[in-house]
Ligand binder design. Structure first.
Ligand code: ADP
Length: 254
């Protein structure tokens, strides 16, 4: 508080500065929740690596089958840790706006082909059908690798959350000043109550299932940031037990 005193010494007013601390509190709460989440996520694979290494050193190593089995788990868990740390670092960079897009002309159709190649094996293993757009060329301005990351994340999720025999389709709509990218699956779907929180960091509808599929719970948070850094929008619609549709709208010119 700062009193205002007039020329003859009388009190003519008071200046009060009020800070709105609710926003600061909210950010602090978010930060501590994030740290708690990160610690928890890192702890799980580390506990597992530690436990299996100890079992091996305690004698299980002499059994060839056990040795192979435990080493496979240790390897998988280390890969998980690696993915998790990469995702966390990546997300923090994007959130601090430390990523400058290297804008170029990108044929999204070509990117979709690369995504299809990457998931080919998983698609075949699960006997899924992957439908691709008919157009051969759909152009936007953006960073090719980032657009690849966006589409790959959505298609990989569709593969993970669609039971055997299902269908995944990637659609492209070339509109006057923007392009729509649609990734649709006939998978397990997401309930209405989970939809609003889907893009939050570490939010997972079913932790066990996500872990099983190697997920970190950060994929969609990263996707949303990447889409927004291209001045785009992402929407999701889903019916539990029927499937999910993610729609991305990217402006053609940055
Ligand atoms: P994760 O690494 O767990 O896949 P994401 O951030 O990519 O994390 O996704 C968050 C959660 O959203 C997932 O754990 C899953 O529950 C749900 N989800 C994402 N994509 C789909 C989809 N195509 N079908 C059903 N659920 C999905």
């Amino acid at each position: 508080l700062a009193p205002y005193v007039g020329e003859s010494g009388e009190l003519s007013g008071i200046v009060a500065v009020l800070h709105d601390i609710t926003e600061i509190r909210r950010l602090e709460k978010m930060r501590s929740e994030f740290i708690a989440n990160v610690s928890h996520e890192l702890k799980t694979p580390i506990t597992s690596v530690k436990g299996f290494t100890e079992t091996l050193l305690d004698g299980a190593m002499d059994d060839e089958d056990a040795l192979h089995h435990f080493l496979t788990i240790i390897h998988q868990e280390s890969e998980r840790l690696h993915r998790l740390i990469n995702d966390i670092l990546h997300l923090s960079k994007i959130e601090q706006h430390k990523i400058m897009l290297e804008i170029e002309n990108v044929n999204v159709r070509e990117v979709v082909d690369r995504v299809a190649d990457t998931v080919k094996k998983d698609v075949e293993d699960k006997s899924l059908q992957l439908m691709l757009p008919e157009d051969r060329e759909v152009w936007v301005e953006g960073e090719k690798d980032r657009i690849l990351q966006i589409i790959l994340n959505l298609v990989s999720n569709a593969v993970s959350y669609t039971p055997e025999g299902g269908t995944i389709s990637v659609g492209l709509k070339d509109m006057e000043d923007r392009v729509k990218i649609i990734v649709e699956d006939t998978g397990i779907g997401i309930s209405q109550k989970d939809l609003p929180r889907l893009f939050e960091r570490f939010y997972r509808v079913d932790k066990a299932r996500s872990r099983e599929s190697g997920g970190t719970g950060l994929g969609l948070a990263i996707v949303k940031h990447l889409v927004e850094s291209h001045r785009g929008k992402i929407e999701v619609d889903s019916v539990e037990g029927e499937g999910t549709i993610f729609t991305i709208i990217l402006p053609k010119k940055q």
